[in-house]
Design a protein around this ligand. Structure first.
Ligand code: FEO
Length: 397
């Protein structure tokens, strides 16, 4: 991606990565991603905000050459993860006078991960500023978006908030700024689900911290720049709130069709009660889609057959994932079929330690579902309807 000026003397110098299909060897990237870095040319000093993944080093270097950048004074590092920091050692080699400006925790992590020596750093604290001459950078510590060392930079004169991972999306595109809000909303929600959701309480505090800043632009390090900051801030306020939708997410797996028949019946039973049901067949589900569905659903019901004595490994994985991502889900249950016994329900509920959910009585049946089993599924659907109503989680909410 060529260098482009986004405001006078402020350039996008990062790279897009259309081919990357997995992040952290875990998160699917159906639309690739980008590693955004920004160059600020002040009247006195020049600053580079973050770098790019080491696989895209040449693109960043070429962009700096194209802009005839012969001196960089500061490399602002918001986050030590290598997709943003990995090219900093190369920058320090090419621009030996440059200092890495970051907080104490990020400094320690950069030393651990990239072996950058102590004398290369300028350490800053929350709300400290540095001047580039006509441009002032204010640093805002914002831990846990996505690691404990993360921070933001507010460029006062231009009213731009540089947020690194926060407010990002995994979307490889050469369009710099948001042009299609529904497309970006979906991508940003998926990104929030996969990366930010475990840190919901932290993000709430950060939103409070930035609420009085006059922000005209948000420039994250993945995906589009937001020229309409309220679009993404409002979306985050909704996602991190305690409000949930009248939805039941049903990640399931079925070996011989019995659990599948239960899921089909249960999905219809929920629909008849005006509750949106979203089944996900775990043998083919993109886990990013499942994570996104969990962002604001009121209830999760895991469908699993019993394998030997416990839940199917695919259901265990989905449960582990949900527990790790810590959605604001309020109710949980389990449905499934067994052959001769087992502890599937106990195993699944025992894994939900991070979720503040009320477990509704599961429906675990023997063999193929029969009349009484379908009645039990109706009972579960009724219980969910009652719980949703009692909590004012109703259609349209
Ligand atoms: Fe984009 Fe947490 O790195």
């Amino acid at each position: 991606m060529p260098a482009r000026e986004i405001k006078p003397k402020i350039f996008s110098v990062g790279a897009i990565d259309c081919d990357r299909r997995l992040f952290d060897e875990l998160i699917p990237l159906p639309d690739g991603t980008s590693y955004n870095a920004y160059l600020l040319k002040g009247t006195d000093k020049t600053a580079l905000l973050d770098s790019v993944d080491p696989t895209k080093e040449s693109e960043l270097i070429n962009n700096l050459k194209e802009l005839n950048i012969t001196k960089i004074d500061y490399v602002i590092s918001h986050h030590a993860e290598q997709d943003h920091s990995g090219t900093i050692p190369k920058i320090l080699e090419l621009y030996p006078q440059a200092k890495v400006v970051t907080n104490q925790r990020c400094k320690e992590m950069l030393q651990d991960l990239l072996l950058i020596t102590d004398n290369k750093f300028i350490e800053i604290k929350d709300r400290e500023t540095i001047s580039l001459g006509d441009k002032t950078l204010e640093f805002i510590l914002a831990p846990w978006v996505h690691w404990p060392e993360t921070m933001l930079t507010y460029l006062k004169e231009d009213r731009i908030l540089f947020t690194c991972d926060l407010f990002g999306s995994h979307l490889a595109t050469n369009g710099l700024c948001v042009a299609d809000e529904p497309l970006v909303y979906r991508s940003a929600k998926r990104y929030y689900a996969e990366i930010m959701m475990p840190f919901r309480p932290n993000i709430r505090k950060h939103l409070e911290k930035i609420k009085d800043l006059p922000i005209e632009m948000i420039a994250p390090s993945h995906g589009h720049i937001h020229q309409n900051p309220s679009f993404i801030i409002n979306a985050y306020q909704d996602w991190v709130s305690d409000s949930v939708k009248n939805e039941v997410i049903i990640p399931y797996v079925s070996m011989h069709g019995s659990t599948r028949k239960m899921v089909d019946y249960f999905t219809d039973a929920l629909s008849k009660r005006n509750i949106i049901a979203k089944p996900f067949n775990l043998t083919e589900t993109d886990i990013g889609e499942l994570a996104m569905a969990l962002v604001d659903a009121a209830t999760i019901v895991i469908g699993s057959p019993t394998v030997l004595v416990g839940a199917h490994p695919a259901a265990v994985y989905a449960t582990y994932l949900a527990n790790t991502l810590k959605p604001k889900t309020k109710f949980a249950s389990i449905i499934g079929s067994y052959g001769w016994g087992g502890k599937t329900a106990e195993q699944i509920t025992g894994m939900l330690t991070n979720l503040k959910v009320e477990v509704i009585e599961p429906v675990i049946i023997k063999g193929h579902p029969k009349e009484a089993d379908f009645k039990a599924l109706d009972r579960l659907a009724d219980d969910i309807l009652r719980k949703h109503k009692d909590n004012r989680i109703t259609p349209g909410k």
